[in-house]
Design a binder for this molecule. Structure first.
Ligand SMILES: [Zn+2]
Length: 502
């Protein structure tokens, strides 16, 4: 499998039931009530939709509801998975969920009790420890020599010394820590899968949207001058048609394989060493050191995830959930945009390899200049337009273009009609654009979090400045801040794109 991920947004989540008009109104009302009275859509669109105040906002409310609902989904939690989950947490996590090698203290204190109550058993345990670590033992691992020491405190000092040499804290801050965190997340993936399984009806609609965007993209590619000039249509269109959404079963099955493998290794370790229960953490530590890293498979639904691993794409429950809000224009701006963004990654450059090195230098410059200009106008913290963000910047601009395409094909002239139930005269087109800001809402200063994405305020305002339908939908005057922050028009794809790639 080609590994090429594009993590983005990191938090959208939500609710379950839908579709009765009272629920529809609830979502619409939440968006309407959240709009800023002071900041207009043409001044700073992101902050118009997501002002920095204390009002509850859609994604936060939905996230909380989703997380509490998740607790009801534990079907795949077979007792064997439950047990290793609670064992590993007990031995390797502190009360504050920090990874620790505290298990050595737990074992030492158990050994001390045995030393004080049953010396013969204690001595046999020392021998087991020694054989487990090294045969023949070397230096501090030769713990059976201390069986002669009468004072249990002193004897245990030797054991603790051996533990600290064999399980150094810095190892726990490195590789083993990563494995422990993956192990904990693996259990969350199973629970999230259960949730998905009960809501899989929405997946159908979701898949259809992806297909629709792929078809639109293929047609746009056919119209793109440099594709035509070089006669590359027969390469690019099939390339696009390979795109598809991975079924979450793939992730569930891999996690189960991983957990079963984990249990198998653990059981073998306990059996081979004839370990009593008090040494179980030693086998867990061994397995954690050896076990494969999960990387890819924990990404599904360990939080919000959408990624492109061309030709497969992955979307977590939240996107499935978003598709249940029965407001068609909201759907286009939220689900449609997230799906289009990921598809956009197959069109633009890729970090690990170029599938289609599509961008022309002219387009690259245009995109980067636009984000830089939005940084100047809207930044709320550090803002720099580095090249590593260009892939996501392009995907964002492409997605904004697709919002317009979907709006026009689904609504036509009706896009300027009012949304049913609106109390603030919101039109379908306006709601679609608002939806794309809503899913990235944050009530704290929006700042750059990583090397791939600009701050959300910059991401949203950049693409809206560039979108002619946004200007029309909100009737933004040319001298408004959103319009002044527009750089020249960038063309990612379609008939206006450059004729040359270079
Ligand atoms: Zn991305």
């Amino acid at each position: 499998m080609q590994v090429n991920f594009y993590f983005h947004i990191a938090f959208l989540f939500f609710l379950i039931s839908c579709c009765s008009s009272s629920y529809v109104n609830r979502y619409l009302k939440m968006i309407e009530n959240g709009l800023s009275e002071e900041i207009g859509p043409c001044d700073n669109f992101f902050r118009h939709v997501c002002p920095m105040d204390d009002k509850p906002y859609l994604m936060k409310v939905l996230t909380d509801e989703y997380i509490s609902d998740l607790l009801n989904y534990t079907k795949t939690y077979e007792p064997k998975y439950m047990k290793i989950n609670s064992d590993v947490r007990k031995h390797f996590l502190t009360a504050k969920f920090q990874v620790s090698n505290n298990f050595t203290n737990i074992i030492s204190s158990n050994l001390k009790t045995i030393c004080e109550t049953n010396r013969a058993e204690f001595n046999s345990y020392l021998k087991k420890l020694e054989n487990f670590w090294d045969k023949p033992c070397i230096g501090s691992t030769c713990v059976s020599q201390i069986s002669e020491i009468e004072d249990c405190d002193r004897a245990l000092d030797f054991v603790k010394n051996a533990f600290s040499g064999i399980y150094p804290s810095d190892e726990f801050a490195g590789l083993v820590e990563k494995k422990i965190r993956e192990f904990i997340l693996a259990h969350q993936v199973l629970r999230n899968y259960e949730w998905y399984d009960e809501h899989r009806g929405s997946y159908q609609k979701f898949n259809e949207t992806a297909q629709e965007i792929i078809e639109i993209s293929s047609k746009l590619l056919e119209d793109t001058p440099w594709v035509n000039r070089l006669n590359l249509t027969n390469i690019f269109v099939p390339y696009f048609e390979q795109l598809h959404i991975y079924k979450p079963e793939l992730f569930r099955d891999n996690i189960i394989k991983y957990l079963d493998g984990f249990i198998g290794k653990y059981d073998k370790c306990m059996e081979d060493n004839a370990f009593p229960e008090i040494f179980s953490a030693l086998c867990y530590a061994n397995v954690l050191r050896e076990v494969e890293t999960l990387d890819l498979w924990i990404t599904w639904n360990a939080g919000f995830q959408a990624l492109n691993m061309h030709p497969g794409m992955v979307f977590s429950n939240i996107v499935v959930l978003l598709s249940q809000i029965n407001l068609p224009s909201f759907y286009i701006g939220s689900v449609g945009k997230v799906v289009a963004h990921e598809i956009g990654h197959s069109l633009i450059i890729s970090k690990n390899q170029d599938f289609i090195p599509y961008y022309s230098n002219e387009t690259t410059k245009c995109v980067q200049n636009q984000f830089e200009k939005s940084c100047e106008y809207f930044q709320e913290g550090k803002c720099d337009t580095i090249y590593s963000r260009y892939d996501d910047n392009g995907a964002d601009l492409f997605a904004s273009f697709i919002i317009s395409e979907l709006l026009n094909s689904h609504f036509g002239a009706d896009k300027n009609n009012l949304v049913e139930g609106t109390t603030k005269n919101i039109t379908n087109a306006q709601l679609a654009f608002m939806a794309s800001a809503t899913v990235l809402c944050e009530k704290v200063p929006s700042v750059t979090q990583d090397l791939e994405h600009h701050a959300n305020v910059v991401r949203i305002n950049s693409i809206m400045s560039q979108n002619a339908d946004f200007k029309e939908a909100f009737n933004c005057p040319d001298n408004s801040k959103m319009m002044l922050a527009k750089n020249e028009q960038c063309h990612i794809i379609g008939k206006d794109a450059p004729i040359s790639r270079f």
